[in-house]
Design a binder for this molecule. Structure first.
Ligand code: AMP
Ligand code: MG
Length: 489
């Protein structure tokens, strides 16, 4: 059934030559039900939530009806997975449904995840399971509310269709929104197949549609690569500053626009462990928390290779060489803000490193510590009990607090203003694994979606104390430590 709809337009990506994608019909979900509709994002798209979930639109967003302009597209990309070139991957379970012109003038792509097999599904079933789709919905919206660049989640639908993983699970389709879903891997596959003209076409497309300022540079393609390096460095600093582990930083999961993309076995750190591995399948710890910034650089090297037909190697190397400084500058800015430091001091890097080692040594809760630290007053006789209680080793804790006090004494900003500034960058609420798990259990075992909605409401305002959600800001329960998340989603 084809429902003509004014909701979406032909995506700009469809203007690229046919080699970039395959037009693909989605596979209908049996008797789909709405799990969540994102009213705030709907408004940004010039829609309202009620409009989103009309039967016609629900059908559109779970692959049971086609947009008026025709078949969706599965795009073609490759990637390095766990350090090895994996060849052609492509949208194995994602379909670019169309594009939406927002009232603010921005155009965004609308993509279905889990709407059935595509020419790139390889051995997969093209489906997504409800459990993982809930995690992606909540996490991507939580990241957005934290101010971190990310794809968004517009709508989540489910059905009684079974999907087989380690056991039978419930199918779901997630409607995702982003300016573009282009990945490093889109460029890499073209390079590995010797399609150099197409690399240029894709680079021109990215510049013209998303990064037009690069066109004015003396070397537009070098400027494009420099922009990707800068956005990636900034993104990684922001991930580290909220304790976010992506879990599968393969180059096919890296966004050309520096967005957080493809939420799989991700995790927000509870008790700090610098070597934390959130992906149960990552046996070597390649994507551990403290590895992430260097892995991003490794992925940028992969992308750089694909730019060789466009930019001379020394220029690409010089852009790659800027990564460490860009990352370090962004990282220091994030952590200075977290510590309430308005000025810059040579010793700040050492102060931050020593804090992270102290928190790591005793697995102090990362989110709670920074949130609580705003109560620390350098003028007071002693540190607040709440801060001291989080520093298990009192001596090490007091030593660090003495250094911090001395550093704060160099600042001129009044304590109250600093406290407010710290609360505006240190979230009270992040999507801890156990919070997602509680919502997932209710949804998957009892068909009760209310906890997803509650969590989404809380995480939409991560920096504001919300009395009704006090328990979401607390230390995780014992059972949280045993939660394991793997790639099977
Ligand atoms: P991911 O690990 O989710 O980033 O996926 C890596 C590659 O596997 C991408 O090409 C995905 O489209 C594909 N893929 C993952 N899960 C499935 C599935 N259930 N069916 C088909 N393709 C999949
Ligand atoms: Mg992926």
């Amino acid at each position: 059934m084809t429902i003509p709809t004014p909701l979406l337009q032909v995506p700009r990506f469809a203007g690229l030559p046919a080699i970039f994608y395959r037009a693909t019909a989605p596979t209908a979900l049996y008797s789909p039900r709405l799990v969540m509709a994102n009213a705030a994002l709907a408004r940004e798209l010039g829609l309202d939530a009620a409009h989103l979930s009309t039967p016609d639109n629900l059908a559109l967003f779970c692959g049971n009806a086609l947009p008026g302009h025709g078949l969706p597209l599965a795009t073609r990309y490759g990637g390095h997975q766990f350090g090895v070139w994996a060849g052609q991957l492509g949208d194995g379970r994602a379909l670019l449904l169309g594009e939406r012109a927002c009232p603010n003038g921005q155009r965004v792509e609308v993509q279905l995840k889990g709407a059935g097999v595509t020419p790139f599904s390889r051995m997969g079933d093209g489906r997504a399971v409800l459990r993982s789709s809930i995690r992606e919905y909540l996490a991507s919206e939580a990241m957005h509310a934290l101010g971190i660049p990310t794809t968004r989640a517009l709508l989540l639908a489910t059905s009684d269709d079974a999907v087989y993983r380690e056991r039978p699970e419930t199918a779901a389709v997630l409607t995702r929104v982003a300016p573009s879903f282009i990945r490093f891997g889109h460029f890499e596959l073209l390079y590995h197949q010797g399609q150099h003209d197409e690399i240029r076409q894709l680079a021109d497309f990215v510049i013209d549609q998303y990064l037009p300022a690069c066109r004015d540079a003396a070397q537009p393609y070098q400027a494009l690569f420099a922009e990707v390096v800068a956005r990636t460095a900034s993104l990684l600093a922001q991930w580290q500053a909220v304790g976010f582990c992506h879990g599968v930083m393969n180059s096919d999961n890296m966004s050309i626009l520096g967005l957080t993309l493809d939420y799989g076995p991700f995790g927000f750190i509870d008790g700090l462990n610098l070597g934390h591995i959130c992906n149960h399948s990552d046996h070597s710890g390649r994507y551990a928390y403290q590895q992430q910034p260097q892995i991003a650089l490794w992925n940028l090297y992969c992308l750089a290779s694909s730019f060789l037909p466009l930019v001379a190697e020394p220029e690409l190397r010089s852009e790659l060489d800027r990564y460490d400084d860009l990352y370090q500058t962004a990282y220091l800015a994030c952590f200075r803000a977290k510590l309430g430091l308005a000025t810059e001091c040579q010793e700040d890097a050492a102060l931050i490193a020593s804090l992270l080692h102290t928190l790591h040594a005793y697995h102090t809760d990362f989110t709670l510590f920074f949130r609580t630290l705003a109560a620390f007053d350098p003028g007071a006789v002693s540190a607040p009990v709440a801060v001291l209680d989080l520093l298990v080793d009192r001596e090490a804790g007091l030593n660090w607090l003495a250094r911090y006090r001395a550093r704060l004494m160099q600042e001129t900003r009044p304590q109250a203003a600093r406290q407010l500034a710290m609360q505006a960058v240190n979230p009270a609420y992040v999507l801890r694994n156990h919070l997602a798990e509680q919502a997932i259990r209710l949804a998957c075992d009892a068909g009760d979606y209310r906890e997803i909605a509650r969590l989404a409401r809380c995480l939409a305002m991560p920096f504001s104390e919300q009395a009704e959600f006090a328990s979401y800001a607390a230390l995780p329960p014992e059972w949280a430590a045993a939660l394991a998340v793997s790639c099977s989603s």
